[in-house]
Every structure is written in C-alpha cells, then in structure tokens.
Design a protein around this ligand. Structure first.
Ligand code: GLN
Length: 462
C-alpha cells in the first residue's frame, strides 16, 4: 500500500477513536499527508529511501516540533509554537516519516498515569476505565490502538517502559547519551532519554537507529556509532540464545508484584531457558533505595529546569489580579496559574532539597546512592549479560486509584528507575496478559552502550 493510503488510514483511525482515547493533543494531518505523497512520488521515481520512509509516527508532546504546538502537557506552554525542531525530529523528517501529531502526557513528564496532563486523561485502549501508564501514556495508547504504528516517547524514570508494559507495546529507553536530548523539554537532564514506542522489536530497532547516534548539539551525546540494533533484532528472531547469561534481579520480583505479573515473568524465564540461555538470580542490594534517590535527584533537576517558565519567554503570561505589575509578581501569577499540583509539588521538593543547609543531607546523599546503584549494575554485569525483571509491579490501574496518594503512584516506577540512575538501556516487551486480562511487560536491562543485547533478547521473546 502507498504511504498516502497508510497515513490516511491512521488519520481516519485517529478521527474515529481518539475522541474516546485522547491520545493526541494535536493532529498534523495536512503536513503528514503531504510528506506521505512526496514519499510515494519519490518511490515511484525510483529514489532510494530510508526503510521507514512514509511510515507515519506520533511524537510525545515534550519533544519540540517546528510549527506544531508543543505543550509538554502543561497549561503554561499553551499556544507555544516552537521555532525549531529537536534533533530527533529533524532526523524523522530527513528520513521522510509523516508526523501524525503530538501525544498526551503527564505535565512535564511527571507521573505514571497521564492523569497529571493539563489536557485530560488518556485512556488505555484495553479498558477505558484504566490508565495507559505515564508519563508517555499518549504515545503508548496511540500505538496500542493502531492510531500510529510508531511513536516517540521519553523516559526519565520509566515513562517509555511502564506505558509500554500496561498497553502491551514495545518501549525502549536507550543508553543515556544514545539519542540526542537537543529539543526535548528537560525534566531531569541527567536522567532523560528519548526512545521508540512500537508494536514489534524490529520496528523499535529501525526507529532507534534512525533517531540515535552522535549529535554535537547535545554535550552528553555519545560520540561513537550505535551498536547494530536491527542486526541484533534479526539475530534474536532466530530464537537462538545459546550461552546468554541472564540475571533475574532479586530485589525486583516477589513481594509487591501482582500474582499474574509474577506468573507471566516466570513463564518468560522458562522460554529463555528453552532458547539456550542460562538464568541465575543476581542481587543488586542498593536498588531498594533507587526510588528514594530518584525522588530527590529528579525534583532537584526539574526545579532548576522549570525556572525558565516565567511568563516572559514562552506561552502563558498571567498578570496579578490587583496591585503593581512587577516582573516578580507576573512570574508568580503565571507559575501559580500555569503549573499543576504535581509539578508544583516537585518544584517545592527540589528547591528544598537543593537549599543551603540541606543540600548535602538530601541531594548529596541521593547522589551517593546513585553511585552505589551504578556499582550494583557494574558488579551484576560481570556475572551476566543482561538483567531482567517485570517492567511494572501491576497491570494498568483504574483512574483515580492513586491520584490522591503520590507515594503509591511513585511506587510504580520501582523497577524502571534504576536504569535511569545508572544510564543503562532498558526495554519493555509484551509478556502476555495477567489473570485480569490486562497486558504485562517484561523488562530487559543491558550495560551502557550494549543496547543491541536488548534487541536480541526482546526479539527472541516476541
Ligand atoms: N513516573 C516517573 C515520574 O513520575 C517517571 C517519569 C518519566 O520517566 N518521565 O517521575
């Protein structure tokens, strides 16, 4: 089928189901169709194009897109149209992927359910009363509901992998520095990574290779070629994992994990054994403190990154209801009206953790824990080639279930956060359905710069 037909079919699907799902904040129909038609003409003329040319894609709204509204799920950016593209968007355009639009997310990527979006909840296509995960619930729901075959997400503490798990899609957080952060609206700069959300492991590999690789505009970008991901996915698909050493993270299983989640996980371990892998248990003792360290480091960095939303530079500007209109009072009024509760909570937490007198006790200690977690990974990867765990402790929960209890919400990230703290890559692949009939995710973690191992194992399990 032609790209124009495929793109139109996805736009039609969006038109018919997105009223219920709310996965999209903006639909870029005309431009997407124009790109698709252009691809069809070039193909007809015999031009050699990228394998993903003409395959439509959805982009999480935290990634800036020239000429398309970009809100990061926040009222404070309502109406802002970026004058430039993120590097990864430039690469999508250069390879001629029609961009279908921008997807819904928790405000500034803070959350695990998409309930913190200023633009309404995104619903899980498997059960409209349930969350699609977060923060990238829009991208995952769009792919799961066949509104888009491919999407881009970002993962600071699990926001690609956990939505992948609860919607039955593939989600990859690349090695830190593997995909350029230029043009991502930063939440926590030392943790953020963009990556693919897809329905198959091979699709993810193709997309990862396209958006990844060195970018001089991101000083943390790795100045080396990516490992060969597509090749690894093809190799894994042959189903031969002979000699592969797999470590089950002791601290990320058992208590606190839903029964059906643990059962599917155990079945996948059997499959890995059947394919020739050697499966052993590995202890990463400091993972128990990962959540605590993350919820100090992430708000600290976010409080600093979000200081630029001041009512002067981007989007919303609110003047105080009465009294003098000074810069400081406009900033206070804009931030008061523009940020939601979860964002305010984290700015306050982060500002407190960084303040004089508390910096060493909170931020300093959290950074030390981060180092211990990095050492746990290093020690584990001396014994095994990959580490595995369930991606999330439970299947998709109901709307409102955890909204009044931020700590319960944070607990969802227990298995995904260690990878961000250490900068190592992680993938969630669909792992069947739990006893409640909802999708479960299987998480694979590899050493930094060995993203190819994720694809080999992910494709073998598929
Ligand atoms: N759920 C985590 C949080 O709320 C992760 C978010 C993310 O990865 N962007 O911070």
């Amino acid at each position: 089928i032609s790209s124009a037909e495929a793109t139109q079919a996805h736009l039609d699907r969006i038109a018919s189901v997105d009223g219920d799902l709310n996965a999209f904040l903006y639909v870029n129909a005309d431009e997407a169709l124009a790109t698709a038609r252009d691809v069809d003409e070039r193909r007809a003329a015999g031009e050699e194009l990228h394998p993903l040319a003409g395959v439509p894609i959805a982009v999480k709204d935290v990634v800036v897109t020239k000429g398309m509204p970009t809100t990061a799920g926040s009222k404070i950016l309502e109406g802002w149209i970026p004058p430039y593209d993120a590097t990864l968007v430039e690469r999508l355009r250069a390879a001629r992927l029609p961009i279908l639009g921008k997807t819904n997310m928790d405000e500034f990527a803070m959350g695990s359910s998409t309930e913190h979006s200023a633009y309404g909840n995104t619903k899980n296509p498997w059960d409209l009363d349930r969350i699609p995960g977060g923060s990238g619930g829009g991208s995952a729901a769009a792919v799961a509901a066949f509104e888009a075959p491919l999407a881009i997400g970002t993962d600071t503490g699990g926001s690609i992998r956990q939505p992948g798990a609860v919607t039955g899609t593939v989600g990859v957080k690349p090695t830190y520095g593997g995909v350029s952060r230029y043009g991502l609206i930063a939440m926590a700069s030392s943790l953020d990574q963009a990556g693919p959300v897809t329905r198959t492991v091979l699709d993810a590999a193709l997309l990862h290779e396209l958006i990844g690789g060195h970018d001089p505009r991101d000083s943390t970008s790795i100045a080396e070629p990516l490992p060969r991901l597509v090749e690894a996915a093809r190799q894994g698909a042959t189903g031969d994992l002979a000699g592969l050493r797999v470590g089950v993270v002791k601290e990320l299983s058992g208590e606190g994990y839903q029964e059906g989640v643990s059962a599917r996980f155990a079945e996948s371990l059997e499959i890995l054994r059947g394919l020739g892998a050697e499966v052993v248990e590995v202890s990463c003792p400091h993972f128990t403190y990962a959540l605590d360290a993350y919820y100090l480091i992430m708000p600290s960095e976010a409080s600093s990154n979000l200081a630029k939303f001041d009512g002067m530079r981007f989007g919303l500007r609110v003047e105080p209801a009465d009294g003098p209109v000074t810069a400081e009072r406009v900033m206070a009024a804009t931030r008061g009206a523009g940020f939601g509760d979860e964002v305010k909570r984290r700015i306050i937490l982060g500002t407190y953790a960084l303040s004089a007198g508390y910096y060493d006790a909170y931020y300093g200690s959290a950074q030390k824990v981060r180092t211990l977690i990095q050492r746990d990974f290093a020690a584990a990867f001396e014994q095994v080639d990959i580490l595995v765990s369930p991606t999330a402790p439970t299947t998709a929960f109901k709307f409102g279930e955890k909204l009044d209890d931020p700590l319960a919400m944070y607990l969802n990230d227990v298995a995904t956060i260690p990878a961000n703290l250490a900068g190592v890559p992680g993938m969630s692949v669909p792992n069947g359905l739990s006893d409640d009939g909802l999708p479960v995710g299987f998480q694979i973690l590899a050493p930094a710069k060995a993203d190819d191992r994720l694809y080999r194992v992910g494709a073998a399990l598929e």
